[in-house]
Each structure stands twice: as structure tokens, then as C-alpha cells.
Design a binder for this molecule. Structure first.
Ligand code: SAM
Length: 246
């Protein structure tokens, strides 16, 4: 079961402490930990937060966590189907199971200001995508999704040897700090950006024409690809479609 659930446990204490410090630079009222496993990071979070909610899919590990940390709330369940908003504002942290990195990040981003801050250990390659510049190789849908809701920082790289068992790839710690999204309907802007990236190599015209018709032909961005556009350009195209701006 272990590898299937992305169970690569962090064993290097210095990395665990750096993640906990980045998540809670000062004492935090509440932390939601995603994928606590055996509790390696949890042990560093409990001293920094008044309340820790740990969400772990593996029932055996969840049981062990409950007896190791009687003072925390352990939810035995799938992070992707858990309503995170029900706890109110919280710091979110975790050494994420890599097979669901992108959906977890999206889920946490759409919490908006309920996410005080998020600090995640993820694949280095995904971390690079979160902080990529428009026009670069790593820039894509996940970058734009992140920029709509938050400022992303690449904090430091973590080698495979810091885990047991070691993953095949290098990892990195990122921090997401929420900011107000451009416009009032960030979920719709995000869905629109998704359509612009539908086929990455195609132009905006070719990706949007099936859904929006020939009006897009006249746009200044029509001949460009989504990976070349800034967040401001996505927001401007979206406003144009909604008729807020012609
Ligand atoms: N935080 C621990 C550590 O650093 O040692 C474990 C990290 S391990 C990379 C990922 C953890 O997420 C595993 O304990 C795994 O069982 C758990 N997990 C996998 N899929 C999950 C899901 N859908 N929801 C919640 N937890 C999940």
C-alpha cells in the first residue's frame, strides 16, 4: 500500500524543523496538516500551533497518530473529499503525497483567505511550475491557478536521501501566501484559464473558438499561446468575454 499512497516519510530533522518554521514563523492558532503519516512533521507542528488537524488516508497510520498525539484532531480520510473550510482560517502544511500534488494545491488555493499560509514539500519539478515566469518552459495552468490566489515562493530543495524510502525525484519546499484575486469571480477566471491551456501548443484563437465563436479572432492575444500570457492578460480576456470591458 505504501508506495501507492505516496508514502515517503521525511526522516531528516533539520528539514522537518525548517518546514514547521516556514509554516508557523510565530505561534499559529490552527494548522491543518495533509498526509501526516507517522507524525514526523506533526511533532514539529504541535509546539507551534494551538490546534492541529491532521488528515491521513491510511487508517493504520491514523490510529497510530491518535495514540501518539492525543491532543490533536486526526481525520481518517481523503484530503480531496474533506471540506477544509469547516475549520475556518488555518495554516496548511504537509509533505504531500506526490500522486495528488496538483489537485491538493488547487483545493487549498480556492480556500482564499481561509488559507492563512501554505507550506508544502512537493516534487521539485512541480515547485518550479508554481513559480515560473510567463513564456518559460515550466509556466502553465498550475502557475496561473497559483497566481490568481497567492504569491508562491520556492524556499529550498530537498534531496531524496532526506526520505525513507527515498523517492525517485528531487523535492522542494514552497510557501503560498494568499492575496486578493483579480476580479470577483476567481473560480470562473480559473476555469477560463483552463480552457486557454486546453491544448498547450495551440493558439488562444484555436483553443477558444469552439466555445466562444469568431469574436476571439479580433483579440490582440488571438495568435499567442496561453503559456506566453501574464495573469493580467488572462484577466483582461475574461473581463472582455463577460462584457465588463470591451
Ligand atoms: N508527513 C509524513 C512525513 O513527512 O513523514 C508523510 C508524508 S508521505 C509523502 C504522504 C502521506 O499522505 C502518507 O502518510 C499517505 O498515507 C498520506 N496520503 C496519501 N494519499 C492521501 C489522501 N488522498 N488523503 C490524505 N492523506 C493521504
Amino acid at each position: 500500500m505504501g508506495r501507492r499512497l505516496g508514502q515517503h516519510f521525511l526522516v531528516r530533522a533539520s528539514v522537518l524543523e525548517r518546514i514547521a518554521r516556514a509554516a508557523c514563523p510565530e505561534p499559529a492558532p490552527r494548522v491543518i496538516e495533509i498526509g501526516p503519516g507517522k507524525g514526523a512533521l506533526t511533532a514539529h507542528l504541535v509546539s507551534r500551533a494551538s490546534e492541529v488537524i491532521a488528515i491521513e488516508l491510511d487508517e493504520g497510520l491514523a490510529l497510530r497518530l491518535r495514540s501518539r498525539f492525543p491532543g490533536i484532531t486526526v481525520i481518517s480520510g481523503d484530503i480531496l473529499t474533506t471540506d477544509l473550510a469547516r475549520w475556518g482560517a488555518a495554516v496548511v502544511a504537509g509533505n504531500l503525497p506526490y500522486y495528488i500534488t496538483s489537485p491538493v494545491i488547487e483545493k487549498v488555493l480556492v480556500l482564499g483567505p481561509l488559507m492563512t499560509r501554505a507550506v508544502f514539500l512537493i516534487q521539485k519539478e512541480v515547485a518550479q511550475r508554481l513559480v515560473a515566469e510567463p513564456g518559460s518552459r515550466d509556466y502553465g495552468y498550475l502557475t496561473v491557478a497559483t497566481m490568481i490566489y497567492a504569491r508562491a515562493e520556492y524556499l529550498f530543495t530537498v534531496p531524496p536521501a532526506a526520505f525513507h524510502p527515498p523517492p525517485k525525484v528531487e523535492s522542494a519546499v514552497v510557501r503560498l501566501t494568499p492575496h486578493p484575486p483579480p476580479g470577483e469571480r476567481p473560480e470562473e477566471l480559473l476555469a477560463f484559464a483552463g480552457q486557454c491551456f486546453r491544448q498547450k501548443r495551440k493558439t488562444i484563437r484555436n483553443n477558444l473558438r469552439p466555445g466562444y465563436g469568431p469574436q476571439v479572432d479580433a483579440w490582440p492575444e488571438a495568435g499567442l499561446r496561453a503559456e506566453q500570457l501574464t495573469l493580467e492578460q488572462f484577466a483582461a480576456m475574461y473581463r472582455r468575454l463577460r462584457g465588463v470591458e470591451r
